[in-house]
Ligand binder design. Structure first.
Ligand SMILES: Cc1cc2nc3c(=O)[nH]c(=O)nc-3n(C[C@H](O)[C@H](O)[C@H](O)COP(=O)(O)OP(=O)(O)OC[C@H]3O[C@@H](n4cnc5c(N)ncnc54)[C@H](O)[C@@H]3O)c2cc1C
Length: 301
């Protein structure tokens, strides 16, 4: 006989883990599925805006969430859910050939890095093209790199890379607009140079990347020589599973939720980077998942 869980959470990032903490506190029997435990936040170096922690690494913060979630009777399955079957009693969440019954479902599946979609991006993946400075930055000791992006996460990636590389270019398609505090840090950092209003036309190399072709000149040239680029042009909601069970998405493929984190399908909730909320931060996602768990608790009653 399959065990019945009150709540199934798909996602083991900070948001899914926070959901497990609240489920545990409310006495809901909860199972968490994580393709990659800790998720995106664990791939950022320093977090300085999570209330209660002046400065903590993303990995350490998410580890604290896991430790807290393990205080309760939650089950963790570190595998990818590849199928959801809806039935009269709730949902079957299937991992390879094994399925788990849950009465309610919280989708905290996060997002994936957006691609630039330029020539060379695929061919040089991990050969000079990267999406995560914490993961791959140490490969660029005393080298020249560029961060492609204009938001706050691009600024954080550039600051981290400046610990390794001898030169870091930030290339923003429009205006570079990080948080003021990070902009100030960047302005003081002699290794980082900002270029705005420039797009990448092509990533060029032989075995590894050696340059990029730009739409506007830098140092009087359209070709900028470098060793690596880190692409940070936003994220795309990981909502494929949601779509398969009929959950409504917006035109950015984000899962539509109401102010209590309910989706259009009864007993299905969502929170965090995969949902259609404007401000995507750990704390906002955590707030949304708390609402999702309370809603599930109310609906199951
Ligand atoms: C460079 C960078 C720096 C950032 N800095 C900050 C910061 O300083 N402060 C801040 O608050 N926020 C920051 N953010 C944003 C923050 O990282 C995200 O808002 C947050 O991590 C979202 O968490 P999440 O749990 O919704 O998604 P994610 O962390 O993406 O987690 C999604 C989870 O779902 C799992 N999953 C997906 N599909 C499946 C499936 N089918 N089966 C099983 N598991 C699945 C994944 O494996 C993962 O465990 C930053 C983001 C970036 C990119």
């Amino acid at each position: 006989m399959l065990k019945n869980y009150d709540v199934g959470i798909i996602g083991g990032g900070i948001v899914g883990l926070a959901g497990a903490i609240y489920s545990g506190r409310l006495g809901l029997k909860c199972i968490v599925f994580a393709d990659e435990l800790f998720g995106t936040l664990a791939k950022t170096d320093i977090v300085e805006n999570y209330p209660g922690f002046k400065k903590i690494s993303g990995k350490e913060l998410t580890k604290k969430f896991l430790e807290h979630a393990k205080e309760y009777d939650n089950k963790f399955v570190e595998k990818r859910v590849d199928k959801i079957i809806k039935n009269n009693n709730g949902f079957k969440l299937c991992v390879k050939n094994k399925c788990y019954n849950v009465k309610s479902l919280i989708l905290a599946t996060g997002s994936n890095w957006k691609k630039l979609n330029v020539s060379g991006e695929k061919a040089f993946l991990n050969k000079g093209v990267h999406y995560c400075a914490l993961c791959d930055g140490p490969l660029y000791k005393n080298k020249i790199v560029a961060v492609i992006g204009s938001g706050d996460s691009a600024s954080k990636e550039a600051l981290l890379l400046s610990n390794y590389a001898k030169q870091v270019y930030i290339i923003a398609r429009k205006k570079f607009h990080p948080e003021k505090i990070n902009l100030e840090k960047i302005k003081k950092n002699k290794k980082i140079k900002i270029y705005e209003g420039i797009e990448i036309k092509e990533i060029i190399g032989k075995q590894f990347v050696n340059s990029i072709l730009l739409t506007k000149k830098i140092n009087d040239k359209y070709v900028l020589n470098l060793n690596g680029i880190f692409i940070d042009v936003g994220m795309v909601s990981n909502s494929k599973l949601a779509k398969l069970i009929g959950v409504k998405l917006n035109n950015k493929k984000e899962i539509k939720i109401d102010k209590e984190s309910r989706t259009n399908i009864k007993y299905v909730y969502s929170a965090g980077d995969c949902a259609n909320t404007k401000f995507k931060q750990a704390i906002t996602g955590v707030g949304e998942v708390v609402k999702a768990v309370y809603s599930a608790y109310e609906d199951l009653k």
